[in-house]
Every structure is written in structure tokens, then in C-alpha cells.
Design a protein around this ligand. Structure first.
Ligand code: C2E
Ligand code: CA
Ligand code: CA
Length: 687
């Protein structure tokens, strides 16, 4: 029996023997039994406390069982109490009457104990079930959660008061209608498809979604929906229990607002960082992008904080966050993860190992600069761990764990360095950092030199000029090709001082040769788009010409097609200024870049250099031959001179001659060479 307390029986019988035996019997079963000599005594006793079951003899003096039963059933507080009538054997009339006045059951005298026991058990079971039902009904009515019971097609069969309170729909407005009337329209059909799929497969769905109230407002709700199956296993009902999250959301947002930011630095905190990272990963997943995470930890912070006091420690944190912000300059998002730890997140497909490496190095440089506090110079420095989604973790937890491991590795490596979670990235990043550091020093250390490659005028076979090509004699590595260091120099901005050095040195050397009596020829200098983009670029050129005394007409600047991609007016203005000064302008690697011929007409260009890739196969590939022919024709029609680059064979030379190319440059005529070799070359030519 599952009743909370011992069931209480009233035993009403005027016959003392039956009454006592009944009481004993019930007590033996573990119940409480109270005997009454007639109906009236029992009814009066109801005021002192209600029994769970009444066993009532039909025939008694003063008040018989029927009358007592009738009275009991007329009391609101006692109506639910089952009455078991005890009638005489074969007294059909009494039985009918008993049922009529609401008795639950009857047994006959003489009492058959086994039958009595069964009846009693059955009655108690019914009571228990009813209690549960009424309890459920009370919960149903009083709970703050909205409840809707639907049939298997989601047609609403009953709703509770909270349902009405939350949705605004009264029961009679929704009964018999589909749950669909609550749909917010905020979720795509796939959401509902998945919802039904889960519910059908598991009989259960829970989660958060948006619904619409009767007044049209949309609200977030947490819902728990379960299927109720009938005895054959088929779904008979769905029960949806949901709560309105609006209020919770509002208080959460408030809480979040207060707790989202670190008071000391004003940066978002770890919680926000993880949340943002979660969003970023979702987005990256959808768009197949990647997300870089840097975890930065100040070196020696603990020591300083403990020996110099928390004020100094706090000042250090603030200064560190300021410097990090300056380096990032609005790129990515920074948070203070706690203590002396900062998290940086970079999204977008442009971020690659190289730019992240560069950023990390810049961060380390910025944090290594000494900080003066209370007249004391503090050197802090930092270590950085780096990881990238999806390679190093497909969720926030894994990714952060691996970034943390990378940070630990960086600390282990002796601090003031950064480590990628992936080893192969470390090797590449390391090589790059080393290259960058030595490139920075190369200019001061005089490690750059120039090689010169002669160019020939096809019509006469004479030297028409030389192209100046940069070389880097890197200690311990030998001659490094410009293909390796020019891109890095461009990225780091080092190309600007380097390019200026090339321009000045080339002009100086040319003036020296001419002064030594060598015939005057054109000197072609390569320019990076970065140099061209400098605001004072024109002054750099005119200043160099003035300082070296170089004849502008003998200086040719080789530009790539990429300059045409910048602001057209500005480009035109700069080119015109150069042209006015008298320097020659060439388009380098023609045909590989920005393939618009429009600018050729607009820009004051003198020479077009056909890229080696077209020359390479011009003797065998008819398509390349056709391109060469067309480019030469086009250039001539615009009044431009054409130089073919990378001419290595006499067959190539023949093709170029046939189509009237003006000049050639390539191994066939001469390789790039150092100054002494060039002077020897010039000497041979004069003989
Ligand atoms: P570029 O301007 O197209 O220079 C021509 C490149 O082709 C040079 O490579 C040259 O050595 C090579 N070359 C010349 N003739 C032949 C040939 O017959 N066959 C083959 N296979 N190659 C030939 P280099 O010296 O390695 O220079 C590579 C690039 O580096 C240059 O391409 C240029 O874009 C850049 N560069 C070199 N020096 C400077 C410089 O001072 N400033 C700037 N901004 N860029 C430079
Ligand atoms: Ca060139
Ligand atoms: Ca070229």
C-alpha cells in the first residue's frame, strides 16, 4: 500500500462480535480501525476526523447503514470516502439500494474474510489512484509552468491556467486547435523537422525555442515535451510543459552586463571570451572559415606582484592591456581571461600562419618594452600560445585546452616567445621570425648588394640597359634570392628603406661608371607597390636624383600591374609627376597581373616587359606565340617599347625577332652579375 499514513477504517456495526472481529482483522492487516455501534455515532464522528474507508452494516438501530451512507455522501468533505456495505446474504434489494446511494461495494454476512480482504485492498488502491489524480490535477492547475496536453497530431486537448497566463490564450480558444498556433515563425522548417524526428525517435524533446503569444509578441521558452503511449505502444498524447524565459533572460542580461567586464582593464572577461569564441566557431563552421586564438600570459608577473605590491601589479596589467590594444588596433577581440592572462581571438579567412606569427611577434615586442612605474624600470615580457579552429580543436573546450598547452610550451621554452599548438607551424614560424630579425639588421650591416642584368636592343645587338636586381648575402645562409625576402620585406614594411637604398645605390654606381668613361645606358630599378604607395614617394625619387646627379632619362622604374589596382586618380597623378621629372616608366611582368589594358592608354608608360612565362614556350606553344605577337602589336600601337624577359634560347629569340620585339633580357644574352663582372662585360663590348 502506498498511502503515506496508515489507512483509517470506521467499522459501523451494532453487533459487537462482528464489529470487534472486523476491527481485529483490519488491525492485523496494518490499518487503524475504529468501531461505532450505529450510523449516527459514525456520522457524528466525521467531525473529529475523516476515515479513509467506512465498513457499514446495512441494518442497525438508531440510524441504519443506508441513511448513514446517504448522510456521508451529502457532506462535501466526506463524499469521496468509499463505503463498503455489509448486507445479509441474498438481500438483493439492499444491494441495489446500497449502490443507488453511492456505496462503493458490498459484502455479505456471514463475512468471508478472504473476500473482505480483496475488497479492502481494491478500495485502498482506488483511493491511492484518485489521490494521485487529484494531486496531478492540483499540480496541473497550480504550477507556474504552462502545460498543454495534445493528441498524437498535436491537437490541444487541455491546457492549464499557466498556459493561459503565458500565451494569453484561454482554454476554449485553443482546445481542438493545433499547437501550431503558437509558432513564432522564428525557426526554419528544418528546426521543426528535427524536433519531430527527435520526439518520434525518443519520445522526448527538450530545449529552448521561440513561441508567439496571442498578442503577437514573441517570447523564449524552455519546453519539455514527452510522448504518452497507450498500452499497445502507440503514442496517445503529448504533454508539453514549458516555462517563459523572458524574465530569466532579462535578469541574466543584467547580470551579464555587470559581470561581463573586468573592472581593472575594462576588457571583457573569460566568460564573454568563451561565449564569443563559441559564436565565432559556429560562424566559421558555417562558412568554412578559421578562428585563431592567442593566449597571452605576462612573464614574471607573479614575482612583481608579490614583491612590489598589488598596486604595481594592477598598473602592470592595465599597461599590458593598453599595449595589446594598441598592437591590435581594433583587429580581433581581446579579453582578460583572469590574473595576468589575456585572450585574443582573430576571425576571418585572411588570417594565416604568417600574419598571426607577425602579430604575435609584434605583441611580444610591445610588451618587452620597459615600463616605468614609481621611478622603477620594469621589464615584463610575455609568452603566447596559439591555436586555430578547426585544426587544433573543433569546440571551445578543446581549442582552449590546446592553446593553453601551447602557452605552457612557450613558458617552458624560456618565456618571451610564442608557440603554436602544432609543431610544424612552430618550425615555419620560427624560420620566419629568424628571417625577419636578420632582415631587419641586414641593411645596417651592409648585407645587401646589387646585381645587374644587361638588356639588348634586337635591331642593333647593342646593350640598351641593365636591370638592377637585389641580392642578400645572409651570413651563414649564403646568397638569398629576392623571391624569398622581398615578400617578407613588403609585409613588414622593410621594403621602403630597402628600396630607397637600391634606388640610391644604383644611381650612384651608374654615375660612377659613366664618370669612368663607360657609355651611358639606361638603368632599370624595380619598385614595390608598397614603395609606390608611400605619400612621399615622388620626393624620394626626385631627392635621390638630385643627390646623385643621375640623369632622369637614364633611370627606368619598373612597376607591376598591381599599382593600377589602387586609387586610379592618385596613381595617375604620381605616374604623371614621375614622367614630368623625366624618368622612364616600365610595366613589369606584363600579362600576369591585373589584366586590364585600359590603364596602358591612360598612364604615361614607356616600356612593357613581357613576363618570362609567355617567353618560355613561345617557340613551341602556338597560344603563347599568339599572345606574344598580340602584346607586341598592342604595345607598338600605343607607342610603347617592348622588352621580352627570360629569353634563354635562340629559338625564342627568333620568334621575338619575327614579331618585332624591341629588346630582350635573359640568360641567352647575359645573366645577372655583380658590378665587376658587369664592368668586364662592358669592356668586352667596346672592343
Ligand atoms: P623580375 O623583376 O621579374 O626580375 C627578373 C628575374 O628573372 C630575376 O630574378 C632574374 O634573375 C630572372 N631572370 C633573368 N633572366 C632569366 C632567364 O633567362 N631565365 C630565367 N629563368 N630567369 C631569368 P631574381 O633576381 O631572382 O629576382 C626575382 C624578383 O625579385 C624580380 O623579378 C623582382 O620582382 C624582385 N626584385 C629583385 N630585386 C628587387 C628590388 O631591388 N626591388 C624590388 N622591389 N624587387 C626586386
Ligand atoms: Ca623587374
Ligand atoms: Ca619581370
Amino acid at each position: 500500500m502506498e498511502l503515506a499514513k496508515k489507512p483509517i477504517f470506521f467499522v459501523v456495526d451494532d453487533d459487537p462480535v462482528t464489529r470487534i472481529m472486523l476491527c481485529r482483522f483490519l488491525e492485523k492487516l496494518g490499518y487503524v480501525a475504529i468501531g461505532y455501534v450505529n450510523g449516527l455515532a459514525a456520522i457524528e464522528a466525521l467531525d473529529l476526523g475523516l476515515p479513509d474507508v467506512v465498513l457499514m452494516d446495512a441494518k442497525m438501530p438508531v440510524m441504519d447503514g443506508f441513511e448513514a451512507c446517504r448522510r456521508l455522501k451529502s457532506r462535501a468533505d466526506a463524499r469521496h470516502i468509499p463505503v463498503l456495505m455489509i448486507t445479509g446474504l441474498n438481500d438483493d434489494e439492499s444491494v441495489d439500494l446500497a449502490y443507488e446511494i453511492g456505496a462503493a461495494d458490498f459484502i455479505t454476512k456471514p463475512i468471508h474474510w478472504a473476500i473482505l480482504r480483496n475488497r479492502v485492498f481494491y478500495l485502498l488502491k482506488t483511493i491511492e489512484a484518485e489521490r494521485r489524480l487529484s494531486l496531478a490535477a492540483r499540480v496541473f492547475d497550480n504550477t507556474s509552468e504552462g502545460i498543454a496536453v495534445t493528441d498524437e497530431r498535436a491537437v490541444i486537448q487541455s491546457v492549464n491556467p499557466a498556459f493561459t497566463r503565458i500565451t494569453g490564450f484561454a482554454p476554449d480558444e485553443v482546445m481542438g486547435r493545433s499547437m501550431n498556433i503558437l509558432k513564432s515563425g522564428r525557426h526554419p522548417p528544418e528546426f521543426y523537422a528535427k524536433f519531430w524526428q527527435t520526439l518520434r525517435a525518443t519520445g522526448q524533446w527538450q530545449g529552448e525555442f521561440f513561441n508567439r503569444r496571442k498578442d503577437g509578441t514573441i517570447y523564449p521558452q524552455w519546453a519539455n515535451i514527452s510522448a504518452m503511449v497507450d498500452p499497445t505502444g502507440r503514442v496517445a498524447h503529448y504533454i508539453s510543459v514549458f516555462s517563459d524565459l523572458t524574465a530569466l533572460r532579462e535578469s541574466e542580461e543584467n547580470l551579464l552586463y555587470v559581470s561581463a567586464h573586468d573592472i581593472l582593464t575594462g576588457l571583457p572577461n573569460r566568460h564573454v571570451f568563451h561565449e564569443r569564441l563559441g559564436f565565432a566557431l559556429d560562424e566559421a563552421r558555417a562558412g568554412e572559415g578559421q578562428v585563431w586564438v592567442l593566449q597571452l600570459d605576462l612573464d614574471r608577473f607573479k614575482m612583481i606582484n608579490e614583491t612590489m605590491g598589488h598596486d604595481v601589479g594592477d598598473a602592470l596589467i592595465v599597461e599590458a592591456s593598453r599595449r595589446i590594444g594598441l598592437v591590435l588596433g581594433g583587429q580581433g577581440s581581446v579579453s582578460r581571461l583572469g590574473g595576468d592572462e589575456f585572450g585574443i581571438m582573430l576571425t576571418g579567412s585572411e588570417e594565416d600562419t604568417r600574419s598571426v606569427t607577425q602579430l604575435s611577434q609584434t605583441l611580444l615586442d610591445a610588451l618587452r618594452a620597459p615600463l616605468v612605474l614609481y621611478d622603477v624600470e620594469l621589464f615584463v615580457g610575455a609568452s603566447i600560445g596559439i591555436g586555430v579552429f578547426p585544426l587544433d580543436g573543433e569546440d571551445v573546450t578543446t581549442l582552449m585546452k590546446n592553446v593553453d598547452a601551447a602557452l605552457y610550451h612557450a613558458k617552458e621554452k624560456g618565456r618571451n616567445n610564442f608557440q603554436f599548438f602544432r609543431n610544424e607551424m612552430n618550425a615555419r614560424a620560427m624560420a620566419r621570425v629568424l628571417l625577419e630579425t636578420s632582415l631587419r639588421n641586414a641593411l645596417e650591416r651592409g648585407e645587401f648588394l646589387l646585381h645587374y642584368q644587361p638588356q639588348m636592343r634586337l635591331a642593333t645587338g647593342e646593350l640598351s640597359g641593365v636591370e638592377v636586381l637585389m641580392r642578400w648575402n645572409r651570413p651563414g645562409a649564403g646568397m638569398v634570392s629576392p623571391g624569398e625576402f622581398i615578400p617578407l620585406a613588403e609585409e613588414t614594411g622593410l621594403i621602403v628603406p630597402m628600396g630607397l637604398w637600391v634606388l640610391r645605390t644604383a644611381c650612384q654606381r651608374a654615375m660612377a661608371w659613366f664618370a669612368a668613361g663607360h657609355p651611358r645606358f639606361r638603368v632599370a630599378v624595380n619598385l614595390s607597390g608598397i614603395q609606390f604607395g608611400q605619400p612621399d614617394f615622388i620626393e624620394q625619387v626626385t631627392g635621390t636624383l638630385r643627390a646623385t646627379g643621375m640623369d632622369p632619362a637614364l633611370l627606368e622604374l619598373e612597376l607591376t600591374e598591381s599599382i593600377a589596382m589602387g586609387d586610379a586618380e592618385e596613381t595617375l597623378a604620381k605616374l604623371s609627376a614621375l614622367s614630368d621629372v623625366g624618368v622612364e616608366l616600365a610595366i613589369d611582368d606584363f600579362g600576369t597581373g591585373f589584366s586590364s589594358l585600359k590603364y596602358l592608354k591612360r598612364f604615361p608608360i614607356d616600356t612593357l616587359k613581357i613576363d618570362q612565362s609567355f617567353v618560355r614556350n613561345c617557340a613551341s606553344d602556338t597560344e603563347d606565340t599568339a599572345i606574344i605577337r598580340a602584346v607586341i602589336g598592342l604595345a607598338h600601337s600605343l607607342g610603347l617599347s617592348v622588352i621580352a624577359e627570360g629569353v634563354e634560347t635562340s629559338e625564342q629569340l627568333e620568334v621575338l625577332r619575327r614579331y618585332d620585339c624591341d629588346q630582350i633580357q635573359g640568360y641567352l644574352y647575359a645573366r645577372p652579375m655583380p658590378e665587376e663582372a658587369l664592368l668586364a662585360f662592358l669592356g668586352r663590348m667596346r672592343q
